[in-house]
Design a protein around this ligand. Structure first.
Ligand code: MN
Length: 488
């Protein structure tokens, strides 16, 4: 297996390039552990099975993920596909890594099977993400390699997996601001879902690039020179091509006329800080006239998923139209890796680096969009989270409740004692009545009274969940018994 060893060396090298303090012994151990577990197994493509977890780990390393995530990537298929168990992983690698692997295994049951299941799946994903974002990163990397070896599967499976990626994984990657990942997932899935269109577009792009390459280089040189003359330091000026699937979707809206797509190729300028971004914009506009209504300041007003950058579309000296994107290095990393960008170079406590509050804003924003964005739901004609709400504990844990739930429902869903001792509640730091209906995104804090032993029977009149109902009834039954006993 020299080929596999070589791949493992590449993995080590990739990790070392961004994380010099990483625990290579642990990684080696995980590699041997996985090799052992998958011994003799082959994938549908005929390849040694180990190629798959290795490719998953490699993708995670290229995303500059911390070591535990990469190790979990190496181990992710062991509980389900081998004789070794989660318990074995826990013994060898500890709770954190085994929890990650467990999360991936649980998500493994998500499959795209039409609209009804789709909603259920989205909800499952949503909850998994809220619980531990790292799990979804591993799942993305896993899916990406599955897509790359999709050729080995029968046509019906190809379509199912590709649809699952387009309908579930890619929108989530997008929502998390992981454009790079979204683009890769979509491109691979696109190939299988619409092979004719894919080949047509590939060919079209090839011709376009041939046509535009020269002039693109000319403009890049021109921009570099202008910046130098104005004493503006830049880190990089480069050309970039629009992601294949989003280009396809745009072309469908424009009668497949590529000449009407202004951002098919763009120039991207990376600089060190925000003031420099604006200075660059000024310099560009001095030399190249901007198109009306195409200047977008996503730095002052970032997109809902956090994307920030300056965009402008200009007439070049060659008389062509081109989009220019200006951003800092940090913004570039965010656009590529989204939320995951915050974990780079960070070995321990990766969860802490993404603050809980930012998380909550992002998740609730997503839900708002899902609820309001008809385009996204056009084909579904149904509100994904219509009948459920997601609320948060003060620590940022997500509680999934049916619509119309109250603080009492919340309390009993957290813990029976919290329910029984509930003396009041705060919603988003405001004192509230206990029959108040909760909204998605609310942060709920339950005030408890330790001396209180039994619930108020009146609560039964307004609560929504059967969990709360049953717990209240059984507590009240206990009280009746005790009362009887005391009277005697
Ligand atoms: Mn896998």
């Amino acid at each position: 297996m020299p080929e596999l060893n070589k791949k493992f060396k590449t993995l080590q090298k990739t990790i070392k390039s961004y994380n010099t303090k990483s625990d290579m012994d642990m990684l080696k151990l995980a590699f041997e552990f996985a090799r052992n577990a998958h011994q003799g197994q082959k994938r549908m493509s005929g390849e040694e099975y180990l190629y798959h977890p290795l490719a998953t780990a490699q993708t995670l390393a290229e995303m500059k993920m911390p070591m535990q995530i990469i190790i979990a990537g190496l181990l992710h298929d062991i509980p389900e596909d081998t004789d070794l168990t989660l318990e074995n992983i826990k013994e060898e690698f500890g709770t954190e890594i085994s929890n990650l692997v467990n999360g991936v295994t649980k998500l493994g049951t998500i499959k795209y099977r039409g609209i009804e299941r789709y909603i259920e799946n989205l909800r499952k994903m949503f909850l998994a993400i809220a619980k531990d974002l790292r799990v979804i990163m591993i799942k993305f990397a896993d899916k990406l390699h599955n897509l790359k070896t999709l050729y080995a599967l029968p046509r019906n499976k190809q379509i199912r997996i590709a649809s699952e990626v387009i309908e579930i994984y890619a929108p989530i990657a997008n929502r998390l601001g992981m454009y790079e990942m979204k683009g890769k997932l979509e491109e691979e899935a696109f190939k299988y879902l619409y092979p004719k269109e894919y080949n047509w577009l590939k060919q079209l792009i090839k011709e376009q690039i041939k046509q535009k390459e020269k002039y693109l280089n000319k403009i890049i040189d021109f921009v570099k020179l202008e910046l130098k003359e104005n004493d503006i330091k830049y880190i990089e000026v480069k050309g970039r091509i629009k992601q294949l699937y989003s280009l396809y979707k745009k072309l469908l809206r424009l009668d497949k006329d590529i000449n009407r797509v202004y951002d098919f190729v763009a120039i991207r300028i990376i600089v060190k800080d925000i003031p420099t971004c604006y200075a660059v914009l000024g310099t560009i506009h001095k030399k190249m006239k901007p198109l009306k209504g195409r200047i977008k300041d996503y730095i002052a007003q970032p997109k809902p998923n956090g994307y920030s950058s300056l965009h402008t579309t200009v007439f070049t000296i060659e008389g062509e139209i081109i989009e220019v994107q200006i951003r800092t290095k940090g913004m570039e990393a965010e656009a590529e890796y989204g939320i995951a960008a915050h974990w780079n170079y960070d070995e321990k406590g990766s969860k802490k680096t993404t603050s809980n509050t930012k998380w909550i804003t992002e998740l609730t924003q997503w839900q708002k969009e899902l609820g309001a964005n008809q385009k996204f739901l056009e084909n579904l004609k149904i509100d994904v989270f219509q009948d459920r709400i997601f609320v948060f504990t003060p620590n940022g844990d997500v509680i999934d409740l049916p619509n119309g739930s109250t603080p009492i429902d919340f309390a009993y869903n957290v813990h029976t004692d919290v329910g029984n001792q509930c003396a009041g509640a705060l919603i988003n730091n405001q004192i509230t009545t206990l029959d108040k209906r909760l909204k998605s995104g609310d942060v709920i804090e339950i005030l408890t009274d330790k001396n209180r032993k039994f619930p108020n029977p009146d609560w039964l009149k307004f609560i929504k969940t059967s969990v709360a109902k049953n717990k209240i009834k059984s507590s009240l039954a206990k009280r009746t018994l005790i009362d009887k006993f005391l009277k005697k």
